[in-house]
Design a protein around this ligand. Structure first.
Ligand code: WTA
Length: 656
C-alpha cells in the first residue's frame, strides 16, 4: 500500500447507504435486521448455524452435536452426513432449476458453453465414474491442474461426489511447485488439460505435469486424466495417462453421491505463509458447504434470476468458494471465463457482462486499477445496465479505485461489497450485507453474522477505536481451516500462538493489521507477517528466497514487498552473489526467470538488487523492515540500534 493510499483511507469519510429499492428487495433489508441477526448469532453461534444448516442444506443423516470445540481444533455438525455435490446438483433437479443454466462458460478464443443443472449433474456423475474406474475412491487425494474450463468445476464436483478430496493447483504454478504439492498431499491422480488459452496464447499444462512426474519424482501419482483443450501435441504415457474424451463418454451417468461425514476432508488448498513451504489448508464438508452458501446468499444478496460472475481462477480459494461451491449450492447461474484482460483486449470483461447480462460481478482491486489505466472508453462502450451489485476481494481497495468502480462500472447504482477473507477462513468474514450496511470506500465494513472479530494487541487486549492492531477471530465458524494437512503443530503455531490464549479465550490470528472506526467499521491495512500480496496473490517471501538461493550464483537473498500502484505490492529481491559471480543485467534477468521456473510467473521479482551484505541483527536475523524502507525509497524508519553493522545500510543505499 502506498502512503497516499493509507493517507486517503485515513481521511475517507464518505458513506454510501443502500438505495431504498435495493434494500426493499434484499434478503437482509436494514441495519436493524443485520444487527438482530448479528446479536442472535453472537449470543448462540451454534444454535444460529444449526438452524441455517437445517433450513438451507440437505442432510442424509442429521448431526448429533452442532459444535465440538477443543481448541484449536473444531468440528461442526458432528455425526451429520451429506455430500456437497448433492447439495450443488441433485437437489436442484427436482425443482424448476433443473433446466436452468448452472454454468455459463466463455472461452478465451470466443467459444462458449452453457451447462444446465441437469447437464452438469450428468457430466459430474460420468467423471465420478471415470475416476472410480481408475481405482480412485473415498479418501484418495486427486490433484487438479487445469485451465479455466468447465471440466475444472466438473472434476472438483466429481471428486467431492465420491469422497476423494481434491487439491487444486493453480495452472500458473511451475512443474516444481506442482510436484511439491502433489507429494505433500500424496495425490493418487492428477486431472489436467493439454493446455489452456491466456492472453491470446496457448499455455501448456500437461507438459508441466510430465515434468513434475518425471524420474518418479511424485511416486504417489498413478493416473493422469487429460482434457483436450488447445489440441497441441502432447506425450501420453501408456497406462498412466488417459484422455478425458475417451473415458467420459463410456462412463455411466448414474453415480449416487457418497454419504460423507460432515467432518470428512473436502479439499486441500495450498497457500503461502511467512515460514517454510506452502501449507495445505484443510477444509471439511458440512461447515464449508453451509458457510459458503450463506455468505454468498446474504453478502451478494443472491436472487433466483441473478447471473453471477466471479473473475477469480479456480486455483484459488475464491474460485473454490465463489465460482463453484457457493453459487451452485444456491442454485445460481455462475459464469466462468477463461481469459484475462490485456492490452490487446481491454474490453473483454465488459463484453462478457454485456453478452450474458451479468448482474453480480466480483473481481479484485488490482483488476480495477488496471481497468482505470486502460481507459473509461472500454466499459463506456458496453451495455452494463444489467449489473446490480459489485464485489471486491484480495487486498485493501484504495478509495480512488473504489470510486471509479462505483461510478464507471456501477453507474452509482450498484452497492460495492468489499469482502475480507482468506484461504483459511473458507468464506467472507468481514463484508457489508448490501441491503443493510452503508459502505465506506476502503472498508470491508462489519463482521458477517456469527463472526466475532476483534482488533487486539499481542496480549489479546482490544485496542481503542481507530488504533491499529491485529485482526483476530474469537469464535470458531463453520468453514474455518481444520488443520494444516499433515501438520497439526504448524496449524497451532501459525494461527493460535501469535496471540496466546487468555482465560480460555482463543484468538485466531489472521496475519492482517487493521483498525476499527467509531462506527464499528473494520479497515484492513494489509499483512503484518512476511507475506507479500502481489496483484491479490499471496506469496511468502521465504518461498521466493528459497527459489533464489537454489540458483548456483546466489549465496543469500532477502525478499520484501514494495508499494506498487497497479499490483498493490511488487517483489524486490536483495541478492548476495556467490564468490565468482558478478552482478549484471543479464544475471538479474536470469534470476527472475529462475524464480518463475521454480514457482511460477506470479512470483517473478520486479526488481533484483545486488548487494554485498544484508542488514542483520546481532543474532543474525535479517531486518526486513529496513529493506522494505530501502525498496520503497523511503527514509529508514524506527530503531536501528540492533543492527550489527551499520555500514551495511550505507552500502545498500549507495548500491540502490
Ligand atoms: C488480503 C483471498 C483487504 C488479506 C480471499 C488476507 C484483503 C489475504 C481483502 C488472504 C480485502 C483479502 N481487504 N485485504 N477485502 N481480501 N485480503 O488466502 O491480507 O489468497 O489475509 O484469500 O488477502 O489471501 P488469500
Amino acid at each position: 500500500m502506498t502512503d497516499s493510499t493509507i493517507e486517503s483511507i485515513l481521511q475517507e469519510k464518505r458513506t454510501f447507504p443502500p438505495s431504498a429499492d435495493f434494500a426493499a428487495a434484499a434478503h437482509i433489508k436494514s441495519l436493524a435486521d443485520y444487527q438482530a441477526l448479528y446479536d442472535r448469532a453472537a449470543a448462540d453461534p451454534a444454535g444460529f448455524w444449526a438452524e441455517l444448516a437445517q433450513q438451507e442444506l440437505d442432510w442424509f443423516e442429521p448431526w448429533t452435536q452442532t459444535l465440538d470445540w477443543q481448541p484449536p481444533f473444531v468440528k461442526w455438525f458432528v455425526g451429520g452426513k451429506l455430500n456437497i455435490s448433492h447439495n450443488c446438483l441433485d437437489r436442484h433437479l427436482a425443482t424448476a432449476r433443473k433446466n436452468k443454466a448452472a454454468l455459463i462458460w466463455e472461452g478465451e478464443p470466443g467459444d462458449s458453453r452453457v451447462l444446465t443443472y441437469a447437464q452438469l449433474h450428468r457430466e459430474v456423475c460420468k467423471c465420478a465414474n471415470a475416476l472410480k474406474g481408475l481405482g480412485i475412491g473415498k479418501g484418495d487425494v486427486v490433484g487438479i491442474y487445469m485451465p479455466m474450463i468447465p471440466e475444472a468445476a466438473i472434476a472438483m464436483l466429481a471428486c467431492a461426489r465420491i469422497g476423494a478430496p481434491h487439491s487444486v493447483v493453480f495452472g500458473g504454478f511451475s512443474a516444481e511447485a506442482l510436484r511439491d504439492r502433489l507429494n505433500d498431499a500424496q495425490c493418487k491422480a492428477v486431472i489436467t488439460a493439454d493446455g489452456g488459452f491466456r492472453k491470446g496464447m496457448a499455455v501448456a499444462l500437461k507438459p508441466q505435469v510430465d515434468k513434475a512426474l518425471a524420474n518418479d519424482a511424485a511416486p504417489s501419482v498413478e493416473h493422469v486424466l487429460v482434457v483436450k483443450r488447445t489440441g497441441d501435441a502432447i506425450a501420453m504415457v501408456e497406462g498412466r495417462d488417459h484422455w478425458w474424451h475417451d473415458l467420459q463418454p463410456k462412463a455411466s451417468a448414474h453415480c449416487p453421491a457418497e454419504p460423507m461425514d460432515s467432518e470428512d476432508l473436502l479439499f486441500i488448498l495450498y497457500t503461502s505463509g511467512s515460514t517454510g513451504k506452502p501449507k495445505g489448508v484443510v477444509h471439511s464438508t458440512g461447515g464449508y458447504n453451509l458457510y459458503t452458501h450463506m455468505t454468498l446468499k446474504w453478502a451478494f444478496d443472491l436472487q433466483e434470476t441473478d447471473i453471477y460472475w466471479c473473475t477469480a481462477d479456480v486455483g484459488w480459494i475464491t474460485g473454490h468458494s465463489y465460482i463453484v461451491y457457493g453459487p451452485l449450492s444456491n442454485g445460481a447461474t455462475t459464469v466462468m471465463y477463461e481469459g484475462a484482460p490485456s492490452a490487446a483486449n481491454p474490453g473483454c470483461f465488459w463484453d462478457v457482462i454485456e453478452k450474458y447480462g451479468v448482474t453480480i460481478f466480483y473481481t479484485a482491486p488490482t483488476a480495477v486499477r488496471a481497468f482505470i489505466k486502460m481507459g473509461d472508453e472500454h466499459p463506456n462502450a458496453r451495455d452494463l445496465t444489467s449489473l446490480r451489485l459489485l464485489g471486491t476481494v484480495g487486498e485493501p481497495i484504495n478509495p480512488e479505485a473504489w470510486m471509479w468502480y462505483h461510478r464507471v462500472i456501477g453507474a452509482e447504482r450498484c452497492p460495492i461489497v468489499d469482502t475480507w477473507w482468506q484461504t483459511e477462513t473458507g468464506g467472507f468474514m468481514l463484508t457489508p450485507l448490501p441491503g443493510a450496511i452503508a459502505t465506506k470506500p476502503g472498508s470491508a465494513t462489519k463482521p458477517f453474522p456469527g463472526i466475532i472479530a476483534e482488533i487486539v494487541d499481542l496480549d489479546g487486549n482490544p485496542v481503542p477505536d481507530n488504533t491499529g492492531g491485529y485482526l483476530v477471530i474469537k469464535h470458531p465458524w463453520p468453514s474455518a481451516i481444520r488443520t494444516v494437512f499433515g501438520d497439526d503443530d504448524r496449524y497451532r503455531s501459525t494461527y493460535w500462538e501469535h496471540i496466546p490464549p487468555k482465560d480460555g479465550q482463543y484468538f485466531y490470528f489472521a496475519g492482517d493489521g487493521a483498525r476499527r472506526d467509531e462506527d464499528g467499521y473494520f479497515w484492513v491495512m494489509g499483512r503484518v507477517d512476511d507475506v507479500v500480496n502481489v496483484s491479490g496473490h499471496r506469496l511468502g517471501t521465504m518461498e521466493i528466497e528459497s527459489a533464489l538461493v537454489s540458483h548456483p550464483a546466489v549465496a543469500e537473498a532477502a525478499v520484501v514487498g514494495k508499494p506498487d500502484d497497479l499490483k498493490g505490492e511488487d517483489i524486490v529481491a536483495f541478492v548476495i552473489l556467490e564468490g565468482e559471480a558478478v552482478p549484471s543485467d543479464a544475471l538479474a534477468t536470469e534470476l527472475k526467470r529462475h524464480v518463475v521456473s521454480e514457482i511460477g510467473a506470479i512470483a517473478r521479482p520486479g526488481e533484483i538488487r545486488f548487494s554485498e551484505a544484508l542488514p542483520k541483527t546481532r543474532s543474525g536475523k535479517i531486518m526486513r523492515r529496513l529493506l522494505r524502507n530501502l525498496a520503497a525509497g523511503q527514509e529508514i524508519a524506527g530503531d536501528t540500534s540492533t543492527l550489527e553493522d551499520r555500514s551495511v545500510l550505507d552500502k545498500l543505499r549507495g548500491g540502490a
